[in-house]
Write a protein that binds this ligand. Structure first.
Ligand code: ADP
Ligand code: MG
Length: 579
């Protein structure tokens, strides 16, 4: 008996499994499949991404449905279109020896009529995203009133994405006596409440410890100044020449921006986020699968469930808002028994988040330093040399060799090697010889922090950009958050004037803010931030100004009118809206 046979799976599925090359069940499959085959029961299964959950519900579902009947018997809800397609593809492979099984994917952003046509032909299993599902129920295109099995895949993510109401709606169209199988990587409160509300005495299985990250993943963090994030990202990529990575950003805008910058800087990069058309997303995913894209910059939502096995690094360009999300991100690497690295670029103010994540994943982070320019040059040099050594010789060049020898005539072996390596190396060298160190461990800000910055209270700042620069309070808040890597609630009382603005943070962020905006330039224009002499907060403000002295005192002592003029002058001739 094969290990899969022992779980009770039927012949046709076993043949498909052997075609797929699965030798033995994963832990979640081993635990879930027998339960689901034997009983009509509700089930809550918690297992990390990459542990084979699709097969854990897919095989039992296929075995249980009646392929002779055209009634829709199984509904699988999953958070994203990509995931929906992935599950559908996978299930089609599982069912390749089962006659008459139709599995149809329905998801937003594609023709509803096409999908309706497929449903009409009779789909025993429907795989859907909640939004489109609801839409199709409302239009009477799909009938789920007779389903026997409802699977909530990546339940935590669906709830994260705000699908609670949709799911509730959809479930209200299903029979009470169906079985509900919930699969999730983590068990936040919302998921527990779904289980409680919509499930009857579910059996529970957990693979690994709850919320734990896969142990094959090493977690690292790199502390940098807020405005060095992008430079740090480049260095991490350059220091890992064979990198094949998903780079996570927090917003669609950042995702697009970072991908564009990387492409501009000569990297094989691409963007994946919800503002792209389906076609663009498919192109990006295909290019990534084929490794034509080395750095896929993605939002959490778009990257959810991406099933690409060889990802070497996950880079957290910014940390996610929710700690839970981090587990999903890092779960993109270290799959299929391979090891992977999850790197986090953080500012000092975010270090507390690292602690919180460590608690969650029950694994420690390794504190690393952004490699120096010299280190990167070295790595690239050796990489290049081994690449030359390992390259298969292309015999097509034979006929050109005499001419090439002619060109290289007079150079000895040493010189040829040096020149050959220089061809590629000089690009890195030229870039890195001009850059400074990014490591932010012992930056001046920390020293400044000692004794100068009040330990508590709120600090108000002046910044020399305002509505004329295209900011309103919300976009300025976003801009500041992005630059500083802070949370929404960390920046408050944002007040934009014509050519300057004010905002507040708690005083513990003051060193970070002053440091970030020291010599801060965008498109050649200096952005400065200074602690404001706000009349409303005179006590604190005055004391701080006196202490700091020098340069800043001057600025603060003067009226903003002067500033307004000067910033207006600087602005002239500038391309508006360059942010
Ligand atoms: P999850 O949903 O838990 O994130 P998937 O179901 O997407 O994981 O599976 C991850 C990968 O592992 C897929 O490529 C899948 O084909 C593969 N896989 C699943 N089960 C097995 C198995 N028993 N043996 C080998 N590979 C498997
Ligand atoms: Mg899955």
């Amino acid at each position: 008996m094969t290990p899969f046979e022992r779980l009770g799976l039927e012949e046709s599925l076993l043949s498909a499994i052997s075609d797929l090359g699965f030798e033995s069940p994963s832990e979640v499959q081993e635990k879930a499949i027998p339960i689901l085959l034997e009983d009509e029961t509700d089930l809550v299964a918690l297992a990390q991404t990459g542990t084979g959950k699709t097969a854990a519900f897919g095989f039992p579902l296929l075995q249980k449905i009646d392929a002779q009947s055209r009634t829709t018997q199984g509904l699988i809800l999953s958070p994203t279109r990509e995931l929906c397609l992935q599950i559908t593809n996978e299930m089609q492979l599982y069912s390749k020896y089962e006659k008459g099984v139709n599995i149809v994917a329905i998801y937003g952003g594609a023709s509803i009529t096409e999908q309706a046509k497929l449903i009409k032909r009779g789909a025993q299993i429907v795989v859907a995203t909640p939004g489109r599902m609801k839409d199709m129920i409302r239009r009477g295109i799909v009938d789920i009133t007779k389903i026997e099995y409802c699977i909530l895949d990546e339940a935590d993510e669906m709830l994260n994405m705000g699908f609670y109401e949709d799911i509730k709606d959809i479930l209200s169209n299903t029979p009470d006596d169906k079985s509900t199988w919930l699969f999730s990587a983590t068990m936040p409160r919302e998921v527990a409440s779904i289980a409680k509300k919509f499930m009857h005495q579910p059996k529970e299985i957990t693979v690994g410890s709850k919320n734990a990250g896969a142990v094959t993943v090493q977690h690292e963090y790199y502390t940098v100044g807020g405005r060095d994030r992008y430079a740090a990202l480049k260095r991490l990529a350059d220091a890992n020449p064979g990198i094949f990575s998903v780079v996570f950003c927090r917003t669609k805008r950042d995702t697009q921006k970072i991908a564009e910058k990387l492409i501009e800087d000569g990297y094989n990069a691409g963007a994946l986020h919800g503002d792209l058309s389906q076609n663009q997303r498919d192109l990006a995913m295909n290019a990534f699968r084929k490794k034509q894209i080395q750095l896929l910059v993605a939002t959490d939502v778009a990257a959810r469930g991406i099933d690409v096995d060889d990802i070497t690094h996950v880079i957290n360009y910014q940390l996610p808002d929710e700690i839970e999300t981090y587990t999903h991100r890092s779960g993109r690497t270290g799959r299929a028994g391979k090891s992977g690295i999850s790197m986090v670029i953080v500012t000092r103010s975010e270090l507390r988040k690292i602690k919180a994540i460590e608690k969650k994943i029950q694994q420690e982070f390794i504190e690393k330093k952004i490699p120096t320019g010299i280190e990167i040059c070295e790595i690239q040099l050796y990489h290049l040399a081994s690449k030359i050594r390992d390259t298969d010789i292309n015999t097509e060049i034979d006929s050109y060799l005499p001419a090439i020898y002619d060109v290289l005539n007079g150079l000895d072996r040493d010189e040829i090697i040096k020149k050959m390596v220089s061809v590629e190396f000089t690009r890195f060298f030229n870039y890195y010889s001009k850059t400074r160190d990014l490591d932010n461990q012992k930056s001046s800000g920390k020293e400044r922090n000692q004794g100068e910055i009040p330990k508590d209270g709120s600090v108000r700042y002046f910044i020399n950009v305002g509505e004329r620069d295209g900011f309103d309070w919300m976009s300025l808040k976003d801009f500041l958050r992005d630059q500083l890597g802070l949370e929404k609630e960390d920046i408050y009382k944002v007040d934009t004037k014509d050519s300057f603005s004010f905002f507040n943070t708690d005083s513990n962020f003051t060193p970070l803010i002053l440091e970030t905006f020291q010599d801060f330039k965008i498109d050649g224009r200096f952005i400065n931030v200074e602690v404001s002499k706000n009349p409303g907060r005179s006590g604190k403000g005055k004391k701080r100004e006196r202490r700091r002295g020098g340069r800043r005192d001057q600025g603060n002592a003067n009226s903003f009118d002067k500033r307004k003029k000067s910033s207006g002058r600087r602005k002239k001739g500038r391309n508006p809206g360059f942010f």
